[in-house]
Ligand binder design. Structure first.
Ligand code: PHE
Length: 386
């Protein structure tokens, strides 16, 4: 015969077990659930098995007590399981699951032409040259006329220049300026802008960065020292040595007393900084409408050191840039007094320099954006630091 007092005592003892149900220990929780509520040998089950041995009235009260305890224990287990699930989610969000496979990260890279441009700009920066820029869509006046090209110059030919089909050849800023001018009468205003339009000529994509020389000199009085990196356009078929769009860097220095010696010294210094201290330079006479005298500068071939190799086509020299003393007419076109000021200008192709420096055989590789090519220039491996 079961003893109701004994069973009550066991139920009370079981209730104190509540506080021992572990909360953040999945295995401990499972074990406690089995130990207390297990259907075969759980502590509560063992007590329930003894109930039929009690007299009917005691069976009812002890049974009611047992059922209450069962609900309390079950609720406690459910609550602990919920706590556990929440804690696991938080831990996963906070910590690392080291068993997970890593994710592939693509590191950024710098395009070889950009690298060359930035290095060149930095060298001239050290000599006091600031960086300047200008529009890629230009007028004939800025691209040719102001730069002293005669009106029938072959460079203006449709074969070389990409003209833009724009009905109103004045830019938006210029239209606004004309409209808001309160001084001239309507008639005078139209006459003025018509003349300006005629002088500007057709719109085109700039064929060199030299028009920015004009824009800079129009904007600020000498002394001026700027380098101007930018894209230029020519109507060329894309082949191994020609690109219809390519990078140029223009340089301009205008001040009192600037001579050809300054040009030679500045560009020789640049060549030794960029190509190495042992680099030799030579200047050959050349012609540009906007410089007089004009020159081209060669540097000793970096591949063979000047002995002659396929990279320099056996000459030992590589042509790097065109340069010259700014033509007095160009200064006058910008409102700069050519009696007082002189200057030098130069222009080079960083794309061509990149081909030489990295031994790249085809200019198309520079501008096609093929990842297999670009990855060889500093696209970093996953996780690798700069
Ligand atoms: N603009 C010339 C070119 O595109 C280069 C140049 C710039 C030459 C400045 C002299 C002075 O070929």
């Amino acid at each position: 015969m079961a003893d109701s007092d004994e069973l009550r005592g066991r139920l009370a003892a079981l209730e104190t077990e509540l506080v021992h149900i572990p909360s953040l220990d999945p295995r401990g929780l499972e074990a406690a659930e089995v130990r207390l509520l297990g259907r075969k040998q759980g502590a509560l089950t063992e007590i329930l098995k003894l109930l039929p041995g009690l007299p009917p009235d005691q069976r009812r009260t002890v049974g009611g007590e047992a059922n209450r305890l069962k609900q309390v224990l079950e609720a406690a287990v459910v609550a602990r399981k919920a706590e556990l699930a929440q804690a696991a989610t938080a831990a996963a969000a906070r910590g690392l699951d080291l068993t997970m496979p890593g994710r592939l990260r693509h590191g950024g890279g710098v395009h070889p032409v950009t690298t060359v441009v930035e290095e060149i700009v930095a060298i001239f920066h050290g000599l006091g040259f600031a960086r300047a820029g200008g529009p890629e869509a230009e007028t004939e006046w800025y691209n040719f006329g102001a730069l002293n090209f005669p009106p029938d110059h072959p460079a203006m030919d449709l074969h070389d220049t990409l003209y833009l089909d724009i009905p109103d050849r004045r830019g938006p800023a210029e239209r606004r300026r004309n409209r808001s001018s309160g001084v001239a009468s309507d008639f005078e205003r139209r006459d003025l802008s018509d003349r300006r339009e005629r002088e500007q000529g057709r719109w085109l994509l700039r064929t060199h960065t030299s028009p920015v020389q004009i824009r800079v000199l129009q904007q600020e009085p000498p002394p001026v020292r700027v380098v101007i990196p930018g894209w230029v356009y020519r109507k060329d078929t894309f082949d191994a040595s020609h690109a219809p769009v390519f990078a140029q860097i223009e340089g301009l220095a205008v001040d009192e007393g600037i001579t050809f010696v300054d040009l030679k010294a500045t560009l020789s210094h640049f060549a030794r900084e960029f190509f190495g201290a042992r680099t030799s330079v030579r200047f050959r006479p050349s012609f540009f409408p906007f410089t007089e005298p004009s020159a081209e500068m060669d540097v000793s071939c970096g591949v063979c050191g000047g002995k002659g190799c396929p990279a320099c086509k056996g000459t030992g020299w590589m042509e790097i840039l065109g340069a010259g003393m700014v033509h007095p007419t160009v200064l006058a076109n910008c409102g700069v007094d050519p009696e007082r000021y002189t200057g030098f200008a130069f222009g080079m192709g960083p794309g061509r320099i990149a081909l030489n420096r990295y031994g790249i055989p085809d200019i198309r590789l520079l501008y096609e954006g093929d990842m297999r090519f670009l990855q060889q220039f500093g696209l970093r491996a996953p996780g690798e630091l700069a």
